[in-house]
Design a binder for this molecule. Structure first.
Ligand SMILES: C[S@@+](CC[C@H](N)C(=O)[O-])C[C@H]1O[C@@H](n2cnc3c(N)ncnc32)[C@H](O)[C@@H]1O
Length: 300
């Protein structure tokens, strides 16, 4: 059972959680190691997929519920969706199953992940183009023409790259989008359970950490995401956290999570690219915890 509440507030830390975060600063990742992690990002993600193959991430069946823009009501011709950091296709294949009339373009840093997407029985080279690419570089423009994308998706991908490259990525997407195009964004939120659990020796920079396997993860605040998108030429319309708790007494599940989400550019608006508008929400998932007094229930 998931119960969600939309709110403007970030999670308020308990004293114990504040102490845990402070302790992380007692031993930071060395500058040399941080540099190597950046240089070897592709290797670490590729090894991640070698180890986990297609088993790690679950298919994302929530996407059309949370991103209504994907449904594209009253849209007759196929739209082009670009999934950045597609992994093994957990976001795109559920969409394809729903037969939403998309041409899908997808890229990932990991060559193995790209091969796994292409090995999926649902892969259709007629309406899909999947390629290896580092989205923090210009490589993408060799594969995708500017102003050709209707919807770009960043689903737990921005957090996987170095914070200094966030704006570069968003500016690349801005160039690829058609006027009136949208970015759908979902990612980890500030003080997610996973952030609080990092031990000393894992913190690279503020809200940026390395996992045991060498992959990295950033935790966003709503204010920061708004600033990043504004700086990259987008306008933000909606801005809120969704606090969620999942209760499964039978399975004794107790894993608080915090995510960010950023959708909703009404497609009927035609605007010059420089004034692209789209709204965004911050998805904040937290189990057995509620901030604020009102609790709106959504039972799934
Ligand atoms: C947490 S996974 C998310 C996968 C997928 N979006 C999903 O929803 O299942 C993050 C993905 O971003 C990819 N990635 C990391 N850095 C990247 C970069 N610079 N360019 C393209 N993809 C990148 C990783 O290889 C990984 O597959």
């Amino acid at each position: 059972m998931d119960i969600s509440e939309i709110s403007k507030n970030a999670k308020r830390l308990t004293v114990e959680e504040q102490q845990r975060l402070s302790l992380q600063n007692s031993r930071m990742v060395s500058q040399h190691k941080a540099r190597m992690l950046e240089v070897e990002a592709k290797k670490h993600w590729d090894l991640f997929y070698k180890r986990n193959e297609t088993r790690f991430f679950k298919d994302r069946h929530w996407t059309t519920r949370e991103f209504e823009e994907l449904l594209g009501e009253n849209v007759d011709s196929p739209r082009t969706l670009f999934e950045v950091g597609c992994g093994v296709g957990n976001f795109i294949y559920p969409l394809i199953e729903e037969k939403l009339n998309f041409n899908v373009v997808a890229c990932d840093l990991s060559p193995r992940a790209v091969e796994m997407v292409k090995s999926n029985p649902q892969y259709d080279s007629g309406c899909m183009k999947v390629f290896q690419c580092d989205i923090t570089t210009d490589e993408v423009f060799g594969q995708v023409d500017k102003c050709t994308i209707d919807i770009a998706t960043l689903i737990f991908t921005l957090s996987a790259v170095h914070p200094e490259k966030f704006v570069l990525i968003l500016k690349n997407l801005h160039k690829l989008l058609k006027p009136g195009g949208i970015v759908l964004f979902r990612d980890y939120g500030l003080y997610d359970m996973a952030q609080l659990r990092f031990k000393p020796g894992c913190k690279i920079a503020e809200n940026f950490y390395v996992r045991q396997d060498g992959t990295r993860s950033y935790y966003f605040s709503v204010e920061e995401v708004e600033g990043l998108f504004n700086e990259s030429g987008f306008e933000v319309i909606v801005n809120s956290y969704i606090h969620r708790r999942t209760v499964n007494k039978k399975e004794n599940i107790d894993v608080p999570r915090i995510f960010l989400i950023l959708p909703e550019m009404p497609l009927e608006f035609e605007r010059p690219v420089s004034t692209l508008r789209f709204s965004w929400k911050t998805h904040f998932v937290l189990e057995f915890y509620f901030e604020g007094s009102t609790m709106k229930g959504v039972i799934i």
